[in-house]
Design a protein around this ligand. Structure first.
Ligand SMILES: NC(=O)c1ccc[n+]([C@@H]2O[C@H](COP(=O)([O-])OP(=O)(O)OC[C@H]3O[C@@H](n4cnc5c(N)ncnc54)[C@H](OP(=O)(O)O)[C@@H]3O)[C@@H](O)[C@H]2O)c1
Length: 239
């Protein structure tokens, strides 16, 4: 087994057009993989292709849309590994967190993951794998974030269910702490809030998306890890 080597493998990254997904696309490409990325915004997808490099394929679609994802995946020459970073973090106190908010949080993370498994698994070789991104809210929810918290927890449970149903394909979750991407900046609203958060983290800083990419590479290439959630959080879950 060659550590962190994806030579000649095909890696599909849902939510690969910015943030941690884009960092993962870059890492996979550097490890020798043929990379395909998916996002909803065409301008972001075009910029991401420039970042990842020649030969990268992109699909502009919503991973919640089963038909659109199937059409894209079925056009790919091969799929060995699938990584998904789709998901949102809706905020509202419980009395205002309505059915639509819960459904939307669930669809963005769990239904998109269901689509990825249902569509890609039949095309994948026995040593293929999935990695799905959850979030620390599964473990340490914040007030006003219940819809996102149950969606991340459900996603981790879904990964364990798929690890037994789809074996020998491996299925794992990655659980990021606080990473300096658009999602976190939008959620916190200011650099001062980011700095305050960093000061509460045992490692004393916000994570770099490349550090998530490194952990995803481990999950894609370690052939005996399945059904696990790998937390990469600078120790924030302990704080
Ligand atoms: N940053 C953090 O501190 C943190 C912590 C814990 C968990 N997370 C989770 O990590 C994941 C990645 O977030 P990020 O921080 O890297 O932010 P990001 O830069 O906003 O990345 C999200 C990516 O997913 C795509 N995407 C979202 N929903 C999609 C959908 N339905 N279909 C297709 N593509 C979709 C986005 O592109 P389009 O918008 O163009 O579709 C983008 O490429 C998210 O699920 C987030 O909730 C983040």
């Amino acid at each position: 087994m060659s550590l962190m080597n994806l030579d000649g493998r095909s890696v599909l990254i849902l939510g690969g057009t910015s943030g941690m997904g884009l960092a993962t696309a870059v890492a996979a490409q550097r490890a020798g993989a043929d990379v395909a990325i998916v996002g909803r915004d065409p301008a972001k997808a075009a910029r991401a292709i420039e970042t990842v490099g020649d030969g990268t394929v992109s699909g502009v679609l919503d991973a919640r849309d089963t038909g659109a994802l199937a059409a894209f995946v079925n056009e790919l020459e091969a799929v060995d590994h699938v990584v998904s970073f789709t998901g949102d973090q809706p905020a509202a106190p419980i009395a205002e967190a309505d059915r639509d908010m819960f459904a939307s949080a669930f669809e963005a993370r769990v239904w998109a993951a269901r689509n990825a498994c249902a569509i890609a698994a039949p095309r994948m070789p026995p040593d293929g794998s999935f990695v799905f991104c959850s979030g620390l809210s599964a473990l340490r929810p914040r007030p006003g974030r219940s819809a996102g918290a149950v969606a991340t927890a459900a996603l981790e449970s879904f990964c364990r269910a798929m690890a037994v149903e789809l074996a020998p394909l491996r299925v794992n979750a990655i659980c990021p702490g606080a990473f300096g991407t658009g999602v976190l900046r939008r959620a916190l609203g200011s650099d001062a809030a980011l700095e305050r958060l960093a000061s509460t983290i045992p490692l004393g800083r916000i994570g770099d998306p490349a550090e998530i990419a490194h952990a995803v590479m481990f999950l894609l290439t370690n052939t005996y890890t399945t059904g696990t959630t790998l937390r990469v959080d600078g120790g924030i879950a302990l704080a």
